[in-house]
Design a protein around this ligand. Structure first.
Ligand code: ADP
Ligand code: MG
Ligand code: ZN
Length: 647
């Protein structure tokens, strides 16, 4: 813009001088006719003045300029002869030329000065990389309260104490007690950690700074550390208050663990955080609240007493918790009378709060699609299946043979679920393709399980094999399909864990055998892996194979014994596609099923939602084992058949 201004000025000035351009011939003619008053040489240019103005191009010319052509020897003589006043000056650079040279430098210097000032924290202008981006949730922003958080009662109790402290700091310090400086919310994703923190903000009625771990990270080195300092400065200015760092694992990872190694930016940020947490006294009234779902990767220094001295576990909700969460989210929906949230809660083991919120939302959407104004129980059931297993894929066309295979496969699972003692009751069997699965057999535990007996696990392995074995029995060994791939994968993973982690193999004994899958991102385990001798590795493999073989034989035995039931269920499935719990029990008692109701156009087909691999990574934690059970929520057996090219 400045440049344009200069150019414009130059143009205006050039015109304002009213010195007309004249060519040399005209000039010489004027000289010879004695009409030139004076001239001034400026390098190659010449400026001059006429005695009497002449008209040139419709304009009266008094002053003129011209550029001298080469070979003009003798001009001075001619001028002298005509008594012209002659002068000469140094050719002087115009403003434009000067600016042309100087402007870039000026701009550069100005920018430099501005940058220096900004980096010294000069004032409140832009360029605040070093400032924390913490969002202040002041007491008068819309509130989330503890009533919005269902379940998680222990967590709420712990946090309640923090809130009391914030409301009345004196009460606790009077007796010499020291309040925690930091509270770490730990739990799987979607269990409501962020929600709890927001509820604390709503309940406490004190300033609440919210920042996420990744906000510390920026393009420039050193920004993270300076943001940490700034965050705490802000906190102290508003004390007593809460600082909440969400997803703290982004900055709080083990030092020295990065794949790149060395002293990196993240470590500096973490160090700054550690220093700040030590640097303020707890009675200054700044409480650091943080949330993570990877406490195992946090730096131990962060977790020691005096920093995060309290860890609040926010676990996957139990039945009661799930019912509560459903209640919270269903509050906003117009519910039909038949809705039984307790039953849905029972049918959603292993689901997190976020999943349940999603179920409620899907139910509302399904009801809306049906064009009714109340959300019915059936909507919830369908929403539940959709969230757990992905959308139904009615459009997937199966050949008659595939349908039959799937029906027997699922019937195989179902018979095992019914006939192996101790297994959870079979809740639903279907051969409607859904997500990646061609069919699903789901069983519902009467209550949440938190640990599993060896016997139960063995039964489950047999149940997983039930599908494949049924295929073998009906169609012959050569005709089995890829449909059991996922069953086998899950069975293998479970069996391997039984051997290497749960000490359920007599041959191996009570030894944990390496191969923990954690922290692959950190590069630690990459190095520490496999401290297992080849001999042990072979033994493990043999044991896993043995367990799986036993399960396979067991499945075969049960199915041979209950061959009739297998056929009954499979045929009923071919007829009706989906069997519910009562129908399965009737089939088990060999009673005739009620006639198929006329197909009601109740549900328009669900649109093809994005594929969702059913239930991966969801499950309960086994005591002693850190990871979830491989595979689905307990009790859910689903078949994933990647659609083979021929399908
Ligand atoms: P995270 O633990 O991963 O931070 P969030 O707090 O973000 O999980 O929870 C995601 C959503 O799930 C919330 O916005 C809320 O709708 C729902 N939710 C999770 N847990 C609960 C709960 N205990 N009560 C009510 N809603 C919950
Ligand atoms: Mg969160
Ligand atoms: Zn299967």
């Amino acid at each position: 813009m400045i440049l344009m201004l200069v150019v414009a000025l130059q143009l205006v000035r050039g015109q304002g001088q009213s010195a007309a351009q004249m060519n040399y011939t005209t000039f010489l003619a004027q000289v010879n006719s004695g009409n030139v008053h004076k001239v001034t040489f400026k390098g190659d240019n010449l400026e001059g003045e006429l005695k009497t103005p002449v008209v040139q191009g419709g304009q009266e010319v008094h002053k003129f300029t011209l550029t001298l052509p080469p070979d003009i020897q003798g001009l001075t003589k001619t001028l002298e002869g005509q008594n012209v006043i002659i002068d000469a000056k140094q050719p002087q650079a115009g403003w434009g030329t000067f600016l042309g040279y100087a402007l870039p430098w000026l701009l550069f210097i100005a920018f430099w000065i501005w940058m220096l000032r900004a980096m010294q924290g000069g004032g409140n202008r832009a360029f605040q990389f070093g400032r924390s981006k913490a969002k202040l949730i002041s007491p008068d922003t819309p509130k989330v309260t503890f009533t919005d958080v269902a379940g998680a009662d222990e967590a709420k109790d712990e946090l309640q104490e923090i809130i009391e402290f914030l409301k009345d700091p004196g009460r606790f310090s009077r007796l010499g007690g020291r309040l925690p400086k930091g509270v770490l919310l730990v739990g799987p994703p979607g269990t409501g950690k962020t929600l709890l923190a927001r509820a604390v903000a709503g309940e406490a009625g004190r300033p609440f700074f919210q920042m996420s771990g990744s906000d510390f990270v920026e393009m420039f080195v050193g920004v993270g550390a300076s943001r940490v300092r700034d965050l705490f400065e802000q906190g102290k200015a508003h004390a007593p208050c809460i600082i909440f760092v969400d997803e703290i694992d982004a900055v709080g990872r083990h030092r020295g663990a990065g794949l790149g190694g060395g002293h990196d930016e993240r470590e500096q940020t973490l160090n700054a955080l550690l220093v700040e947490m030590d640097g303020f006294e707890s009675n200054e009234g700044v409480i650091l609240l943080a949330a993570t779902n990877r406490p195992d990767v946090l730096d131990p220094a962060l977790l020691r007493p005096g920093r995060f001295d309290r860890q609040v576990v926010v676990d996957s909700p139990d039945v009661k918790g799930r019912e509560g969460i459903l209640r919270v989210h269903a509050k906003k929906l117009p519910l039909a009378d038949d809705v039984n949230l307790a039953l849905i809660a029972r049918g959603t083991p292993g689901m997190s709060g976020a999943d349940l919120a999603n179920v409620c939302n899907e139910a509302a959407l399904l009801a809306a699609r049906r064009g009714v104004d109340k959300v019915a129980m059936d909507d919830f059931e369908r929403a539940k299946d959709k969230v757990m297993l992905g959308s139904e894929r009615k459009s997937l066309v199966l050949t008659e043979r595939e349908r039959k295979l799937t029906a027997f496969h699922e019937a195989g699972h179902a018979v095992l679920g019914l006939k192996v003692p101790g297994m959870d009751p079979v809740h639903k069997v279907t051969i409607v393709p859904r997500g990646m699965a061609l069919g699903i057999t789901s069983s519902l535990p009467e209550e949440d399980r938190h640990s599993y007996t060896k016997e139960w696990l063995e039964g489950r392995l047999a149940m997983l094999f039930g599908g494949r074995v049924a295929e073998e029995m009906i169609f012959g060994e050569g005709d089995v399909t890829t449909g059991a791939g996922n069953d086998i994968e899950r069975a293998t993973a479970t069996a391997r864990r039984m051997v290497t982690q749960y000490g359920m193999s007599d041959v191996i004994g009570l030894v944990t055998i390496g191969d923990s899958e954690h922290e692959v991102f950190l590069g630690r385990e990459l190095v520490q892996r496999t401290q297992v001798s080849e001999h042990t590795a072979r033994l493990v493999d043999q044991e896993v194979k043995h367990i799986l073989d036993v399960a396979h034989d067991k499945a075969r035995g049960v199915l041979e014994e209950h061959y009739d039931l297998l056929n009954r269920i499979a045929n009923a499935l071919l007829e009706r596609e989906t069997l519910d719990r009562e129908q399965i029990q009737m089939l088990e008692r060999n009673e005739p099923l009620p006639p198929v109701p006329a197909p009601a156009p109740l549900h328009p087909p669900e649109s093809a939602a994005p594929k969702k691999v059913p239930l991966h990574g969801r499950g309960l934690t086994l005591p002693g084992g850190e990871g979830p059970l491989p595979g689905p929520a307990p009790g859910f057996v689903s078949d994933e058949t990647e659609e083979s090219p021929e399908a």
